[in-house]
Design a protein around this ligand. Structure first.
Ligand code: FCB
Length: 473
């Protein structure tokens, strides 16, 4: 039986500036933390970087034409801070003009632009002044947000401040897997607070400009289940991961407070770090951070099954390796005694479990415990697979097509259970630079041949186009 999506539900795809644009040093753009980090030996697989990426900077017209061909209703992209305000300094007219042309092209194709201001590529010059561990960066971010609004505010309705602050704090400043590659619990904590403060400060500034904008943030969230929900140690392991991954961001944004159980856990591990973090949380910050939103974006890739007991058959921990599958520092400050349980689910090319029902439960939980009347959007969901190009040039990626269909369907399950979910963005439109994994991991519904920059719609792309045209699964 096919089931239909409600009118107004938006289907789109997502990308990010550093992962697709290339033109890294053209028209006045200067280095971001990812330009610097990708040059650190061993940081990115094969020494790959985003210098050229998908050359989208020069090919955006063709890429918008592809979106149109797929029937996409909306397109989530990010603006590069280093292009708009190189080194965090004055506005670069040529840089902002690129986004202006992109937005015009999207609107002409009847595609709703969905703009993210920070998808991890902060100017390297700001990192050298402390980066996200510095409070000043929050104000700099709000200034940058206003510069983008100056140029695009007349045409862009949907604004997302941050993409996945968990990644740009704990994965980047505590685990060191992402730029800027620091490995400090203190720095991760400070970064998380300043990212949230930057979000709140930008929301305040944009609201003052224009009360009719749709403002939101995108979080990457997980479903942390206890292996045995009668076992206190398993329950505690699930509580700690849920707390450090989900609640650390959801609680301040929607309840105006940090989760006290997690503050206690981290204090047991590093009291000095928690004390520095407490000093960084000023009176009034949480009020700024918890200002009302018009949308919450949720990025979901997989959930996890957790235990407090060591696992005999090895662990499926998806968080504590780098692009080369080398063990890294944990992004979770409090991780001793937490064990990931291998549950035999199918896995993607990232080694991530395929767990569509987790998306339904996640949407239900976030709506019930946090978002209330704030509409939810699945702003990322997707899978890397080792694609094979057939002799006819076709990519018959049945695995990705099935992944997409199952997750679109899981989203509809949430809608039908009464959750106000208003859109789904597949990650990603194009194969692209997958951070520490470089170009080896392909998430696109459109294949990119990096030698020729030729694009080819994969089977999954055709499947998505069919779903969008039918508005049903
Ligand atoms: C998310 C990122 C996105 C992409 C996907 C696979 O965490 O937001 O840029 O790398 O993972």
């Amino acid at each position: 039986m096919t089931r239909s999506f409600p009118d107004g539900f938006l289907f789109g795809t997502a990308t990010a500036a550093y992962q697709i644009e290339g033109a890294a040093f053209e028209d006045g753009r200067t280095a971001s933390i990812w330009d610097a980090f990708s040059r650190v030996p061993g940081a990115v697989v094969n020494g790959d970087n985003g210098d050229v990426a998908c050359d989208h900077y020069h090919r955006y017209r063709d890429d918008v034409a592809l979106m149109k061909q797929l029937g996409l209703q909306t397109y989530r992209f990010s603006t590069s801070w280093s292009r708009v305000r190189p080194d965090g300094g004055p506005v670069n007219a040529q840089g902002i003009d690129f986004y202006s042309r992109l937005v015009d092209e999207l609107l002409a194709a009847d595609i709703v632009p969905w703009l993210t201001l920070h998808h991890w590529d902060m100017p390297q010059a700001l990192e050298e002044q402390g980066g996200w561990t510095s409070r000043d960066t929050a104000q700099r971010f709000a200034d940058y947000a206003l510069s983008v609004h100056d140029a695009l505010g007349d045409r862009v309705q949907h604004w997302t401040t941050m993409n996945e602050p968990w990644c740009s704090s704990f994965l980047s400043y505590t685990a060191g897997v992402h730029a800027p590659g620091r490995t400090s619990i203190r720095d991760g904590l400070l970064a998380s607070h300043h990212l949230l403060l930057a979000h709140g400060t930008a929301v305040q500034a944009l609201r003052e400009r224009d009360a009719t904008l749709d403002l939101g943030i995108t979080l990457n969230l997980t479903v942390a289940d206890a292996a045995d929900d009668k076992d206190p140690l398993d329950l505690d392991a699930a509580r700690r991961i849920d707390g450090q991954f989900n609640r650390w961001f959801l609680d301040p944004l929607f309840h105006g407070e940090y989760p006290s159980d997690i503050v206690r856990d981290i204090r047991d591990v590093d009291a000095a770090a928690v004390s520095d973090w407490q000093d960084a949380v000023h009176d009034g910050d949480l009020q700024i951070i918890s200002a009302p939103l018009d949308a919450l974006g949720i990025n979901y890739y997989h959930g996890e099954l957790l235990s407090g007991h060591p696992q005999s058959g090895g662990e499926g921990n998806p968080h504590e390796t780098d692009g080369q599958q080398r063990p890294t520092a944990s992004p979770f400050p409090s991780h001793e005694g937490i064990h990931w349980v291998e549950r035999g689910l199918p896995r993607t090319g990232m080694d991530w479990e395929v767990q569509p029902e987790g998306l339904t439960r996640l949407l239900q939980r976030v709506a019930a415990d946090y978002a209330g009347s704030v509409p939810l959007y699945v702003t990322e969901n997707g899978a890397a697979y080792d694609d094979v190009v057939g002799e006819d040039g076709e990519v018959a990626d049945a695995d990705r097509a099935a992944f997409l269909r199952e997750h679109v369907s899981a989203t509809l399950d949430a809608v039908e259970s009464g959750v106000d979910v208003r859109g789904y963005f597949y990650w990603s439109l194009l194969d692209n630079f997958e951070w520490a994994w470089g170009y080896g991991k392909r998430f696109g519904i459109v294949r990119v041949d990096y030698d020729t920059q030729r694009r080819a719609i994969k089977q999954s792309g055709r499947e998505y186009a069919r779903i969008i045209a039918a508005r049903a699964v």
